[in-house]
Write a protein that binds this ligand. Structure first.
Ligand SMILES: *Cc1c(COP(=O)(O)O)cnc(C)c1O
Length: 438
């Protein structure tokens, strides 16, 4: 019996092995369960007792937003693909055959958005440094080898391809010395972001091996930890055996004169309700760390201004700082979850307008795309033409940051590559043909 475990037990993941039993709890019939299992051969599924017992409202499944956050839906992938995979599962086809079909479907889902794999692979001389991305001049991302999973997977995850067991898709490393060497050779780097997966999936001794060598680097102003553990497994900071030593590590970062910025992923206000989350947040803040919050805007899960404003207000009250509202990326089941940019802007504005100035630290809706973070500032009319106003919050080329530009209004556009420049023949981040020729 995997269900109804107390939320305070030791962490144990539920995987596709447990999916059918969990779907029965949601009240799905045989055909529907088969289709969902078919989707789960393509997209990764993982959850745990806390999510199942504390977050999901089973009486509202499959429409409950927390259910939709972790459980695949039958219509997330093209119908014909789901039907073919369901037939294979029903016929108990050999695993290799199911996997081959699943791989074919995955390849259609743009598994590597924004050049996740090959853009800006840092090098020392000719040697690539695996596990690092030098994203912006001041910011380096670290992908620890032991951090390539999460306490549960979000159905909308843009890094889903990392979690489906295809070795080619992984780019993590545990050569910490080489990472430190790279950062030292790049004095412009002031901020390191430890991400994954979820950095907090690592036990304290492992995460300490990544963080401690960074403390001696005078150039570093901040160490960030990207995580959804506060939402999916707050016990990581309260009752887990390494909770106390983890918080000591956080204090050590602060004592070394650096900002420890805990970048917490919260999708829905429900994730903030448990007293366990409250005490986890309190303990992290008591270590001297800051907590900034971010999430993408997802159709059928949080595409409502009231959901966002109540989330920001609750976060603010708990001592966290709202940071980003993201636009769902162009990968995986994007069609299923996408909110048009025009609608995203309205939701952002309505939510932003109804919170105090102290919550207006949040920015968005923001597309983390190849040139950087593109923020949709509004829809307006200029010289009789309806346009989107945009700016880069963050850019590979810092000279482009904060400069307004325009795109033709398109109510159906969901991502940067759907947009066309207005009043110009190219966007500021697009390479000038004439300069290339010169
Ligand atoms: C947002 C983001 C960062 C950090 O950028 P900041 O604007 O400094 O928060 C780094 N990497 C990726 C992929 C991002 O989307």
């Amino acid at each position: 019996m995997i269900l109804n475990q107390a939320g305070t037990r030791r962490f144990r993941a539920y995987t596709s092995k447990h999916l059918d039993e969990l779907l029965q709890r949601a009240g799905l019939g045989d055909d529907e369960r088969l289709k969902v299992r078919a989707v789960a051969t393509v997209l990764p599924f993982r959850t745990n007792a806390y999510v199942v017992d504390e977050l999901i409202d089973w009486s509202a499944a499959p429409y409950d937003p927390m259910y939709r956050l972790v459980f695949p839906q039958a219509d997330m992938l093209p119908e014909t693909d789901v039907a073919r995979l369901a037939d294979l599962l029903k016929a108990e086809a050999p695993n290799a055959e199911v996997q081959a079909e699943a791989n074919r479907v995955r390849a259609q889902l743009n598994p590597h958005p924004a050049g996740q794999m090959d853009l800006n692979v840092p090098r020392i001389g000719d040697e690539p440094v695996p596990g690092l991305q030098h994203k912006y001049p001041e910011t380096v991302l670290i992908f620890p080898k032991q951090g390539q999973t999460c306490h549960a997977y979000c159905t909308y995850c843009f890094r889903w391809a990392q979690f489906v067991g295809d070795a080619d898709l992984k780019f993590a490393s545990d050569d910490i010395g080489q990472m430190v060497d790279y950062i030292q050779r790049h004095p412009e780097v002031t901020s390191v972001l430890i991400t994954g997966g979820d950095a907090m999936i690592m036990g304290e001794p492992v995460i300490r091996r990544y963080i401690e060598p960074l403390l001696a680097l005078e150039q570093l102003e901040s160490i960030r930890i990207g995580t959804k553990a506060l939402a999916y497994w707050p016990q990581r900071f309260t009752t887990d055996p390494d909770a106390d030593s983890t918080l000591e590590l956080f204090s050590q970062v602060v004592a070394a004169g650096k900002n420890l910025a805990f970048m917490a992923h919260f999708t829905h206000p429900r994730e903030l309700e448990s007293p366990l989350v409250e005490s986890a947040v309190r303990r992290i803040l008591d270590s001297g760390a800051t907590i900034r919050t971010q999430a993408p805007l997802i159709r059928s899960i949080n595409d409502d201004a009231g959901v966002w404003s109540s989330m920001w207000r609750r976060q603010h009250r708990m001592g966290m700082i709202p940071y980003y509202m993201f636009v769902e990326r162009d990968t995986g089941p994007q069609d299923y979850f996408a909110v048009p940019l025009a609608r995203a802007y309205e939701i952002f504005r309505d939510a932003y307008a109804s919170v105090s100035g102290l919550c207006r630290t949040v920015r968005g809706p923001s597309m983390s795309a190849t040139p950087g973070k593109v923020c949709v500032d509004g829809v307006t009319e200029v010289a009789g033409e309806r346009v989107f106003m945009l700016h880069l919050i963050q850019a590979r080329d810092p000279s482009l940051v904060g400069r307004p530009f325009f795109a033709k209004y398109d109510p159906a556009a969901v991502w940067l590559n759907d947009l066309r420049p207005a009043f110009a023949d190219r966007f500021p981040f697009e390479v000038r043909e004439s300069l290339q020729l010169a």
